[in-house]
Ligand binder design. Structure first.
Ligand code: GLC
Length: 599
C-alpha cells in the first residue's frame, strides 16, 4: 500500500445525560448546582457528537493581501463558523516551516510561521473563538520534522552529535570509501522514490517516510518523547482544545530493516503506483505496535491539562488510515489506557462509491465494533480530491452532497468536515505541470497531479478572488472560476442551497436528542438502492433517515416495532413532498428524508 495510493485511492455538543441530584439529596454547595454540574459535563465532553471543521489556513481567508490565508483571516470569519454551528476548528500546521509540504515540514514547533501571523494573533484567535464556544485544535506532526529543524541540523552535523539518535540513520549496503552503495532496504517514500536519503558528510542514510525534506524522528529515543510532551504542553497552556496527530501510524519502523513485500495483482504481477514503482505492503513501516504506548503517554500528558483549567476537555484525534475496523478499534486504547478520543474512521470516508451495502456495513461496523466508543466520521480532507470527484456524477453533485452530509451528521458520532464542503466546492486540479505547487504533483505528473485541486481558496462571494483575497492580488493557488456561482454569499441567500442544508443538519444535531446521540439501527437492510436507519434515545421520539443512492425515484416502506406510522418531517430534499406514512416514503433522485416517528 502506497501512501499516496492510500490518500488518493481511498484517500454540539448535546448533553450526554445531564447530571441531576436525586430527590432528597442535600442542597449543593454554592457553584455546584445541578445546572453547574450539567454545564461542566457539557464542557468536559464537548467533543462527543460534536461538529469539527478542518481549515487549511493557507486557503481560508487572506487578511493582509499577500495571496496567502492567515490567522487574522480566520479570526475575521469566526462569526460565519459560529453561525454554521461548529464546535471546533482543526488548523493544518501553522508553525514555522520551509513549506515544502505546506506546513507538514516543521522547523519550529513553538511558534507561528510569519506567513500566517504571530503568537499574539494566535492567542487572539483562541480567545475570540472561545467567546463563540469554538475550540481551536492544532495539528501535531510527530513522525518527522523539516530537514531545517535545529534538531536535524545538529543530527546531520556528525555521527557523534547528541542529536544523532533523534533521527533514523542507517548504513547503506555495500558502501565503500568511494561509493555510497545501496539504500539499506527497499522501503519507499509515500511521495515517490526510496525512503532513504544519503548524507555525504556523515556517510549514512536517513529515513524519510514522506519528502526528503521530512526526516523521520526516532521514537525509540526517550528524548524525542520528552520533546513532544513539552510541545503539547506549550500549546495547551495557550488554551488549545486538542490535537490532530498527523501520519501517526507511521511513527515506528521494523528494526530488522527487512524489505517490504511487493503487492501483486491477480496474475501475480507487481502493481505499480502513480510513480511507476512497485507498490509495497507497508508491513515494516506502518501500524507497528509501538505507537500505542506513545499515544497512551501523550494522552496522559493531555489529561494533565484536563485537570488543570478545563476538566476533560482536550481531545486527541488521529489520522488513522487503517485496513479494517478491528485495527481502528485498537486506537482508542485498551481499558484504562486511553489513546485517542477520536481516531478518524477512514473506512467510511473513502468508500469512494455510492454503494448502499458498503455504507450500511461500514456504519454498522462503527456502531457495533468500536467497543462502544464514538466514531469520528468524515468524507473529506486536504489530501484527497473533494467529494464531487470521488462521489459525484457531474449532474447531481449537490444532491449527492446532501446524501453524504446526511450520513455525516445523522449518524451517531462526531462529524468532521473540510472547509468549502458546506458550499459544495469542487476539486480544481492544475491543468499544466508548471502551475503545480504540491511537489508530489510535480513528481507524479500527469498521473498524480498532487493535492492542489482540493486546496484552492475558500469561495466567500462572487467578487474577484472570491472574497478570499483583495481583487488584483495573485493568490497562492488560483480561485476556481465556479466561485461566481458557488460561494457563501449566494448560498446564504438561497434556502434551498447546500449551505442551508448543512446548517439544518447541524442545527438538528444540536437540538434533537435522538439525532444527536441516539443509537443507530439499520432498517430495510436488503435494499440496495436506499439506505435507511433509525436513531433512538430514551425519552425522545425515534428519528428515521432514508437516502436514495440512485438517480431514479424510489419508494421505501419502513417498519419499526412499536411505532405508529405517523411521521413529522425534520428535513427533506428541497421541493419534495412529505411522505404519507412510514410505509410509503417517496424519494426523488438522490432524495433525502429525515423525520420523527409518532406513536
Ligand atoms: C499527512 C498529512 C499530509 C502530509 C503528510 C506528511 O498525511 O495530512 O498532508 O503530506 O501527513 O506530513
Amino acid at each position: 500500500m502506497h501512501w499516496t495510493k492510500t490518500i488518493a485511492g481511498c484517500v454540539t455538543t448535546l448533553l450526554l445525560g445531564a447530571v441531576t441530584l436525586s430527590a432528597g439529596a442535600q442542597s449543593a454547595p454554592a457553584g455546584h448546582t445541578p445546572q453547574a454540574a450539567a454545564q461542566q459535563n457539557r464542557e468536559e465532553n464537548w467533543w462527543k457528537n460534536a461538529v469539527i471543521y478542518e481549515i487549511y489556513p493557507r486557503s481560508f481567508q487572506d487578511s493582509n493581501g499577500d495571496g496567502i490565508g492567515d490567522l487574522n483571516g480566520i479570526t475575521q470569519r469566526l462569526d460565519y463558523l459560529q453561525k454554521l454551528g461548529v464546535d471546533a476548528i482543526w488548523l493544518t500546521p501553522i508553525y514555522p516551516s520551509p513549506q515544502v509540504d505546506f506546513g507538514y515540514d516543521i522547523s519550529d514547533y513553538e511558534n507561528i510561521d510569519p506567513q500566517y501571523g504571530t503568537l499574539a494573533d494566535f492567542d487572539r484567535l483562541v480567545a475570540e473563538a472561545g467567546k463563540r464556544h469554538i475550540r481551536v485544535l492544532m495539528d501535531m506532526v510527530m513522525n518527522h520534522t523539516s530537514d531545517k529543524h535545529k534538531w536535524f541540523l545538529e543530527s546531520k552535523s556528525s555521527r557523534t552529535n547528541p542529536y544523532r539518535d533523534w533521527y533514523v540513520w542507517r548504513d547503506g549496503k555495500g558502501e565503500t570509501a568511494t561509493s555510497k552503495g545501496e539504500p539499506p532496504n527497499n522501503w519507499q517514500s509515500g511521495f515517490g522514490g526510496s525512503a532513504w536519503q544519503w548524507d555525504p558528510t556523515t556517510r549514512q542514510y536517513y529515513y524519510h517516510k514522506f519528502y526528503i525534506q521530512q526526516p523521520d524522528l526516532n521514537w525509540d529515543n526517550p528524548k524525542v518523547h520528552e520533546a513532544f510532551r513539552d510541545i503539547m504542553a506549550f500549546w495547551m497552556k495557550r488554551g488549545v482544545g486538542g490535537f490532530r496527530f498527523d501520519a501517526i501510524t507511521t511513527l515506528f519502523e521494523d528494526p530488522s530493516l527487512a524489505d517490504e513485500g511487493v503487492v501483486k495483482d491477480a496474475n501475480g504481477e507487481p502493481i505499480l503506483d502513480a510513480f511507476g514503482e512497485p507498490e509495497l505492503d507497508n508491513s515494516k513501516t506502518d501500524n507497528l505496535p509501538g505507537v500505542h504506548a506513545v499515544m497512551q503517554e501523550m494522552h496522559a500528558e493531555a489529561q494533565r491539562f484536563d485537570s488543570d483549567k478545563f476538566p476533560g476537555s482536550r481531545v486527541l484525534i488521529g489520522e488513522t488510515y487503517l485496513p479494517n475496523i478491528a485495527e481502528l478499534a485498537k486506537q482508542y486504547g485498551p481499558p484504562g489506557k486511553p489513546e485517542f478520543e477520536l481516531p478518524m474512521d477512514t473506512q467510511l470516508a473513502f468508500i469512494n462509491k455510492l454503494d448502499v451495502a458498503v455504507f450500511r456495513a461500514k456504519l454498522t461496523d462503527a456502531e457495533e465494533h468500536l467497543d462502544g466508543h464514538l466514531p469520528l466520521l468524515l468524507f473529506d480532507n486536504h489530501d484527497n480530491p473533494r467529494i464531487d470527484a470521488r462521489y459525484g456524477d457531474g449532474v447531481h453533485d449537490t444532491d449527492i452532497e446532501r446524501v453524504l452530509s446526511t450520513v455525516l451528521f445523522a449518524s451517531r458520532g462526531t462529524s468532521l468536515f473540510y472547509y468549502g464542503d458546506e458550499i459544495g466546492m469542487k476539486t480544481t486540479p492544475p491543468t499544466r505541470k508548471e502551475d503545480v505547487k504540491d511537489p508530489v504533483g510535480v513528481t507524479g505528473w500527469p498521473k498524480e497531479k498532487g493535492r492542489d485541486g482540493e486546496r484552492t481558496p475558500m469561495q466567500w462571494n462572487a467578487m474577484p478572488n472570491a472574497g478570499f483575497s483583495a481583487a488584483g492580488v495573485k493568490t497562492w493557488l488560483p480561485v476556481p472560476p465556479n466561485a461566481a456561482t458557488i460561494n457563501v454569499k449566494a448560498e446564504e441567500a438561497d434556502p434551498a442551497s447546500l449551505l442551508a442544508w448543512y446548517r439544518g443538519l447541524i442545527q438538528l444535531k444540536k437540538t434533537n436528542p435522538a439525532f444527536a446521540h441516539g443509537s443507530n439501527t439499520m432498517l430495510d437492510t436488503d435494499n440496495t438502492k436506499v439506505l435507511s436507519w433509525m436513531r433512538q434515545v430514551a425519552g425522545s421520539p425515534t428519528v428515521v433517515v432514508s437516502l436514495n443512492f440512485t438517480a431514479e425515484p424510489q419508494t421505501v416502506s419502513l417498519s419499526i416495532p412499536g411505532a405508529g406510522g405517523k411521521l413529522t418531517t425534520l428535513l427533506k430534499t428541497p421541493g419534495a413532498a412529505d411522505p404519507a406514512s412510514l410505509s410509503t416514503i417517496q424519494l426523488g433522485s438522490f432524495g433525502v428524508y429525515v423525520g420523527e416517528v409518532g406513536k
